[in-house]
Design a protein around this ligand. Structure first.
Ligand SMILES: Cc1cc2nc3c(=O)[nH]c(=O)nc-3n(C[C@H](O)[C@H](O)[C@H](O)COP(=O)(O)O)c2cc1C
Length: 203
């Protein structure tokens, strides 16, 4: 069982990166998977989408090959998005343009959003509205909205005594559900019904 964690913040030392580290440790400590692949959009490693991608441009192929391989091997994804101006960061939306159904189709994904205040609901709504249509990623109904993020999930112990244990327990709960979806959805993919040349894109 392999999980992929995507940190959608472009910022260096982002809180989303901190949350990604917490999710990775929790997966390992709880024995929920055998391996974790983490990909950070810190510093914008991917240029904006270009049509050359469709022409199998060698530079793009070299850039995307390791990402495609790691995602193809993954059974489940955790998508971490900060709320920026009430939106998902553009780098994360750009990343979704490069994901295909062959890598992530019919794989379960947990949405985790991050706000340094009381926000975090808008990126949940945005991801559920747009980001899965063609790649057929399956967002599970559970989600984590990490509000006042600077006061929780810190390694040094300087955490809000009420909110911090709640988020830690809630994360275990959500990740255990994600794992069960990963087990269940393997059967859907293996059934062979999900790929049909006539219907390459979602409606
Ligand atoms: C460009 C920008 C816009 C932001 N807009 C919002 C917002 O609309 N709502 C919100 O709750 N936080 C907003 N924030 C603050 C983030 O919640 C905060 O930076 C938090 O640490 C998560 O982002 P990070 O993972 O990049 O650190 C914004 C931050 C940036 C950099």
């Amino acid at each position: 069982m392999k999980f992929a964690i995507i940190n959608g913040s472009h910022r260096h030392n982002s809180q989303s990166g901190k949350v990604a580290g917490f999710i990775e440790r929790t997966l390992q400590e709880q024995g929920l998977c055998d391996a974790v692949w983490r990909y950070d959009l810190t510093g914008n490693p991917l240029p904006l989408w270009e049509e050359a991608i469709w022409d199998a441009d060698p530079e793009w192929e070299a850039r995307l090959a390791p990402i495609r391989e790691a995602l193809s091997e993954s059974d489940a994804l955790v998508i971490i998005s900060p709320e920026w101006h009430g939106m998902v960061p553009s780098g994360l939306k750009n990343f979704f343009l490069m994901l295909g159904a062959r890598e992530v189709g019919h794989k379960p994904a947990l949405i985790v959003t991050v706000s340094n205040g009381p926000g975090g609901a808008y990126p949940v709504a945005e991801l559920r509205m747009s980001s899965y249509k063609n790649n057929r990623l399956c967002y599970i109904p559970e989600q984590l909205i990490i509000r006042n993020v600077e006061q929780v999930l810190n390694e040094d112990g300087e955490n809000d005594p009420e909110a911090d244990p709640y988020y830690r327990e809630r994360a275990v709960y959500a990740l255990r559900i994600l794992r069960e979806y990963a087990v269940a959805l393997r059967g859907v993919r293996d059934s062979g019904v999900t790929f049909d040349e006539r219907f390459k894109n979602g409606m």
